[in-house]
Design a protein around this ligand. Structure first.
Ligand SMILES: [Zn+2]
Ligand SMILES: [Zn+2]
Length: 454
């Protein structure tokens, strides 16, 4: 049961004016006046490249740190992760870029803007001429202390390589996964492209992947994948970035990730830590809008609420926009829309959706702002609601979907399978990961059935 109430809110204007008065003498950039997010959230682009390739194939020079700092101003970004090519070296000049990874912010960084080198790892199975190829997907490696060009025919050793340096890693390009409207094999990739993250269920279940990222143009199939993985009880962070210049050279931050840093003091380490913890809101509408989700007054994306028994939780979603706009606010519970409202907003007047929801078993909530033609424009990370201490097992069919996914991986990577040729060296080790993850999903399917039973 749910009740829904919509209010328009002018309280937004006062903090903006106060923020301007307080910050203006100290900051030439007066950034709070131009941002839709609260002051303890920081907008960044965790996936961009400065090299030659993609939309910069005809260039002679890599972009300089100073140029990247200037490019951050278009969308008023606080953080950029400049990714060296730690994989097949398609983005030139990888050797120069990898040497820029030191674990420190680049020297051009300012108190307002962090420019930081990290890496993407990929050996595309299709569309390139490089001899080495693999099917697992592209990994975004953040918080590295040094560069390198590790290679394996599956992703786990690369996650381990990042972790040995104190870094975190996740899967890029989630939007290239197919939608699934019907039972498997619908939704289970049957063919290869450059980038689809075929091992994302495996390494998320086994605890290696810290986040899932949409990029380039983004897309709603990334959300379907995110919802399924949340429904089976895993909690990867949700991230978005541009993959500049592979996005037709659209500005940095055209897709971006807001990360909440509870003490409000920005460092790169805290920003990527918040991203891995799911304290995020993603935008496909650059730095123009924000969704402020609060559950029971204080819980925000990445947080957990524990309920002693079944009962109502209060939810408040505030849709803030720098420009006048009309869109739909939707509240998502365990992958289903449970409240929605078409809302008109302007900079001085955000829209607020307030509702109360019953939680009969453990689950999660997220908010999104939808556009009729292009799908989600903003999306929050999940808030987790734990009822009577039970783990989240919200969907047996989603757990079984991943079992089917991994069955297909095992079949196609075995001798005689379509993808067998990618595993001359690492088949045994890769398939052990697949089987271990499969067992987890199988168990969770059973646990989800048990929770559902009266
Ligand atoms: Zn990539
Ligand atoms: Zn990339």
């Amino acid at each position: 049961m749910s009740t829904t109430r919509i209010t328009k809110c002018a309280r937004f204007l006062l903090p903006v004016l106060l923020g301007f008065i307080l910050l203006a003498p100290h900051s030439a950039e007066a950034q709070s006046t131009a941002n839709p997010e609260p002051s303890d959230w920081f907008a960044g682009d965790p996936h961009l490249h400065r090299g030659i390739g993609c939309g910069r194939s005809n260039e002679k020079e890599m972009l300089s740190p100073q140029q990247l700092l200037e490019m951050m101003k278009v969308n008023n970004l606080a953080v950029v992760s400049v990714l060296a090519d730690a994989g097949n070296g398609e983005i030139k000049y990888a050797d120069q870029d990898l040497a820029m990874i030191t674990g420190q912010d680049n020297a051009v960084s300012t108190p307002q803007r962090i420019v930081h080198w990290d890496a993407e790892w990929h050996y595309d199975p299709e569309g390139v001429t490089f001899e080495r190829k693999m099917i697992g997907g592209h990994l975004i490696l953040l918080g590295l202390k040094h560069g390198g060009q590790p290679f394996a025919q599956y992703t786990f050793p690369i996650f381990a390589w990042a972790r040995e340096q104190g870094g975190i890693a996740g899967f890029a390009h989630m939007q290239y996964l197919p939608f699934a409207f019907y039972p498997p094999p619908d939704g289970v990739p049957q063919s290869l492209d450059c980038c689809a993250p075929l091992e994302y269920p495996v390494e998320t279940a086994l605890g290696s992947a810290s986040f899932l990222m949409e990029d380039v143009r983004g897309g709603d199939s990334a959300l379907q994948a995110y919802y399924r993985i949340l429904n089976t009880g895993f909690r990867p962070g949700l991230a978005a970035g541009t993959d500049y210049s592979c996005n037709d050279n659209e500005p940095l931050g055209t897709l971006l990730t807001y990360v909440r840093i509870p003490d409000g003091k920005l460092t790169y380490g805290k920003w990527i830590d918040g991203l891995a913890r799911g304290q995020t809101v993603v935008s496909r509408n650059a730095h123009n809008e924000f969704l402020d989700l609060k559950v029971n007054g204080t819980a925000q994306p990445g947080d957990e609420i524990r309920l002693e028994g079944t009962g109502p939780v209060r939810v408040r979603v505030e849709y803030r926009s720098l420009h006048s706009n009309v869109g739909r606010i939707e509240l998502v519970q365990n992958g289903s829309i449970v409240a929605s409202q078409t809302a008109e907003v302007s900079a001085a007047s955000p829209a607020v959706l307030e509702t109360t929801l019953d939680f009969r078993q453990s689950g999660w909530l997220a908010a999104r702002r939808m556009d009729w033609q292009t799908g989600h424009r903003t999306h929050t990370g999940a808030v987790f609601v734990i009822v009577k201490g039970a783990p989240i097992r919200a969907s047996a069919s989603d757990a079984r979907f991943f079992v089917s996914w991994i069955d297909n991986l095992l079949k196609q990577t075995s001798p005689g399978g379509k993808w067998s040729g990618f595993f001359a060296k690492d088949r045994e080790a890769a398939q052990k990961r697949y089987r271990d993850a499969r067992a987890i999903f199988l168990q969770r399917a059973a646990e989800a059935e048990q929770q559902k039973a009266p």
